[in-house]
Design a protein. Structure first.
Ligand code: F6P
Length: 553
């Protein structure tokens, strides 16, 4: 029998949604005591519980059929084998190759096996990091390096920044700082506490053309020289990570200190490459290899597990279920871990820059929703901020709870308290609280007051969430976690028939900024809309108050 096509499955899912919509998850749990058993998956130190979702086995079967009809398996195979699936940039997409062992099957791009190059660059970066840690690489004046300042933005910043923060307990002896924002507060505050003789600056930019990064790099070099360091020391204290080695050398960085990135790895997928250097410096080479191993373990799981038990595929399908069939517009990601507090920022770029697209691969406008709004911050902080809306607001916002099962800090019972709160939130979102339950909680009050208060204390519940438990927040598990989300995003992109690997949408504003910057520097006729003209004018009057007459339009 022929398999149904994508359109037919979508229609079946629509019909199925009308059956599921009135069902409450409370009921699903009450009628199936095995629900957790049947709806959780484990992989090494990671457990995904997706039983608190508005789904049945039939939902899962239909969603898996959708993934099959969309060609997820074929596209995954194309990606891992080096096919140029990033059509608008004519590039292969090979972040998974970055975490392959050196003796893995070759992966070819334009007829060349990329694995030797990958491992050559990896070894160079790991050696450099270890030499900083053990003091073999010293400053130009012979002092031990104590600080490493990573200057990059977007994908050249977020992945490493999150990993360094998340793996704080694995920190070695070098302090790692990150500067990304062009707002000069960032670079000024970072430089304030540093000694030029003992600091390495790492300029990380795939293109080596990103103005924010180059501005900060120039500011760092200016500061370095102003501290009395000679020009000849720049090449020793400044290193670069880029796919444009020549441009990095033009900046004054010695070729031996430029670590190569590859064209076929997108910025937001690049933490596994030399862009991970700050992570290597922070936690050491051996730990970084574990980070790669964790990602590779997730790749193996993703490439070889049937959809029904495939962790990234399940997460992707649940996102499609709510986004395309329930009208959900957003998705919250809440790590119950202070050290993972920046993880939502990394995910925002990974997910929204990848799947914020309105054209199909063929260039047609889509007539369905693609990527949603990803947001979040660390629990329990966010319980005291935006959780009210998750529980009693009018919108459906699925949540991913990421919860480490242990803490290396052992401060009283704080970790247990934190985990209890996370589990309680998953339960509260799922169960809700009925009017009768609210009334009975208020039974100590006069009946009239119960009547008034009880409606405010009811919760609709039936709000979906996934729980992603990590037995420990270590390099291996962090690698699995990040790779899990990479594959989730990929699967959704395939289902939506979009290119998850370009980012033309961020270019336009950058181009316009190039016109506005000189207009802010010097008065000249303005040709924008009246709002933009007005804003430029106001800036001019604030910064040049004495001569602040209006711009000549
Ligand atoms: O602004 C978007 C972007 O192009 C991201 O995709 C990228 O990660 C970031 O800028 C930085 O780019 P680069 O590494 O080339 O400096």
């Amino acid at each position: 029998m022929n398999k149904p096509d994508r359109r037919t499955i979508q229609l079946s899912l629509q019909d199925h949604q009308t059956d599921i919509a009135p069902l409450h998850m409370r009921h699903l749990f009450e009628t199936d005591k095995q629900r957790f058993e049947n709806m959780h998956e484990t992989l090494h130190g990671l457990l995904l519980d997706y039983s608190k979702n508005r789904i049945t086995e039939e939902t899962l079967n239909l969603l898996c059929d959708l993934a099959e009809a969309a060609g997820v398996a074929q596209q995954a195979q194309a990606m891992r084998s080096g096919v140029k699936i990033n059509l608008s940039e004519n590039r292969a997409v090979l972040h998974t190759a970055l975490r392959l062992p050196a003796d893995a099957e070759p992966v070819y791009v334009d007829g060349e096996n990329v694995l030797p190059k990958i491992h050559h660059e990896l070894e160079r970066a790991l050696n450099f990091a270890d030499n900083l840690i053990n003091g073999h690489y010293q400053g130009a004046t012979g002092k031990r390096i104590t600080d490493f300042v990573h200057i990059g933005i977007g994908g050249s910043d977020l992945g490493p920044q999150v990993a360094v923060q998340a793996l704080q307990p694995f920190q070695q002896n070098i302090r790692v700082h990150f500067v990304s924002n062009s707002d000069d507060a960032a670079i000024a505050q970072t430089l304030a506490g540093l000694n030029a003789e003992t600091t390495i600056f790492c300029v990380a930019s795939k293109s080596f053309r990103t103005p924010e990064t180059l501005l900060n790099a120039r500011a760092a070099r200016h500061w370095f020289l102003a501290q009395g360091m000679p020009e000849s020391a720049v090449g020793h204290h400044f290193i670069a990570i880029s796919s444009s080695v020549e441009t990095a050398c033009d900046f004054g960085i010695g070729e031996e200190n430029v670590f190569a990135m590859f064209e076929w790895v997108g910025g937001r997928y690049s933490v596994w490459s030399a862009i991970g250097l700050p992570v290597m410096v922070a936690i050491g080479g051996a730990n970084f290899r574990q980070f790669l191993n964790g990602a590779h373990a997730m790749d193996e799981h993703f490439f070889h597990t049937d959809f029904r038990h495939n962790i990234p595929v399940l997460l992707a399908l649940l996102g499609v279920w709510y986004g395309n069939f329930f009208g959900a517009q957003g998705h919250a990601v809440v790590p119950y871990s202070h050290n993972l507090r920046r993880f939502p920022s990394y995910l925002k770029q990974l997910d929204m820059e990848s799947n914020g697209k309105y054209r199909t691969l063929q260039g047609d406008e889509v007539d369905y929703h693609t990527g949603g709004i990803v947001f979040g911050e660390a629990g329990v902080d966010c319980q005291h901020a935006f959780f009210q809306l998750l529980h009693q607001g009018t919108r459906l916002i699925p949540v991913d709870f990421i919860i480490p099962m242990s803490s290396p800090y052992a401060v009283g019972d704080q970790h247990r308290f934190t985990v209890a709160n996370a589990f309680a939130q998953t339960e509260a979102l799922m169960r809700g609280k009925t009017l009768a339950e609210a009334r009975s909680e208020l039974s100590y009050l006069p009946e009239a007051e119960q009547e008034v208060l009880a409606p405010h204390k009811t919760f609709p519940g039936n709000r979906p969430c996934n729980s992603i438990l990590l037995d420990e927040l270590n390099p291996f598990n962090l690698g699995m976690l990040a790779a899990m989300y990479e594959h989730k995003v990929f699967v959704q992109g395939v289902i939506w028939d979009i290119n998850s690997f370009d980012q033309w949408g961020v270019e336009y504003g950058k181009v316009l900024a190039k016109t506005i910057e000189p207009e802010l520097a010097q008065r000249q006729p303005l040709h924008h809309d009246s709002s933009t003209n007005g804003l430029i004018d106001y800036y001019y009057r604030c910064t040049q108050p004495l001569t602040g007459q209006k711009n000549p339009s």
